[in-house]
Design a protein around this ligand. Structure first.
Ligand SMILES: [Zn+2]
Length: 280
């Protein structure tokens, strides 16, 4: 866990996503919880080492890497209304799919047997402001990455937790995105004055980190647009995967995971192009 501002901490090391902890005079606010149960427990222990109690757990979106450790915190979960709706539908099959992701690491897969998805009890739409324990905290809808994706803004410190709207050094996940809204959000962020920002994945950054993400999304849109407008089917448009894969580094063992992520992005953007250009 690293301190990034006064009484603001982040752990950048857990598998899946960054997690944060903001201390107030009356308890902590936790930003996202790790994917793997062992990490979820470790994160709860880390938070307990600096805070007597947790006021809220905030999920930046409904993806598994942000929510699966919620159960290890004795506090209500806050999320955007659309994340709340998505999570309301998570059943056992969701846990099974998570286990499958780790089928080559059975000792990790087995940990998911104990997971109970703790769903949000508090939902917001545009912006929720909490003034508590000498602190002001804004939960802000951002969109783009998923319709639900939200950030946490600390106006005094000018620190923003971006959720997966900004990721550093890895392929952004476009599978549930609205790429036009995402680009608009990144442009908007570049006009703000942030001291620092905590990306969904990767090291602490500033607004410059939005540039490679914008560039990636634009490249994806233009390549998929060309495929669509040349009359290629969605499966033919998968040639874009090999054109995009070297945009960001990845570990050799993660290649098929990354390809799957890009494939989901191609599929999503293909549908977006179809909605723009219709059947040509
Ligand atoms: Zn996500």
């Amino acid at each position: 866990m690293e301190q990034i501002a006064a009484r603001v901490y982040v752990n950048f090391d857990y598998e899946g996503a960054n997690v944060g902890c903001i201390l107030t005079d009356v308890g902590a606010i936790v930003v996202d919880t790790p994917l793997i149960p062992e990490d979820g427990k470790a994160w709860a222990a880390e938070v307990a080492s600096i805070a007597d109690n947790v006021l809220f757990v905030f999920n930046t979106d409904h993806h598994r890497a942000h929510i699966l450790g919620n159960q290890y915190f004795d506090a209500p979960v806050i999320a955007h209304e659309l994340a709340w709706k998505e999570m309301a539908n998570y059943k056992d099959a969701f846990i099974e799919r998570t286990k499958n992701m780790f089928k080559r690491q059975p000792e990790i897969a087995a940990q998911f047997n104990e997971v109970v998805i703790k769903k949000p009890e508090i939902a917001f739409t545009g912006r929720l402001i909490v003034k508590k324990g000498g602190r002001e905290i804004h939960f802000v809808h951002m969109g783009g990455h998923t319709p639900a994706t939200s950030g946490l803004w600390l106006p005094e410190e000018r620190v923003l937790f971006t959720g997966d709207v900004v990721v550093v050094g890895e392929h952004p996940s476009l599978g549930q995105s609205n790429t036009r809204e995402w680009l608009a959000e990144l442009t908007r962020l570049r006009k703000t004055s942030l001291t620092c920002s905590v990306p969904g994945h990767g090291p602490l950054c500033n607004v410059e980190a939005t540039l490679p993400v914008s560039e990636y999304i634009r490249a994806m849109r233009s390549k998929v647009r060309n495929q669509y407008r040349s009359g290629r089917t969605k499966s033919e448009a998968a040639v874009v995967i090999s054109q995009m894969i070297d945009y960001f580094p990845y570990r050799q063992g993660d290649k098929s995971f990354v390809e799957k992520r890009i494939r989901a992005g191609v599929s999503r953007v293909y549908d977006e192009m179809k909605a723009i250009y219709g059947e040509e």
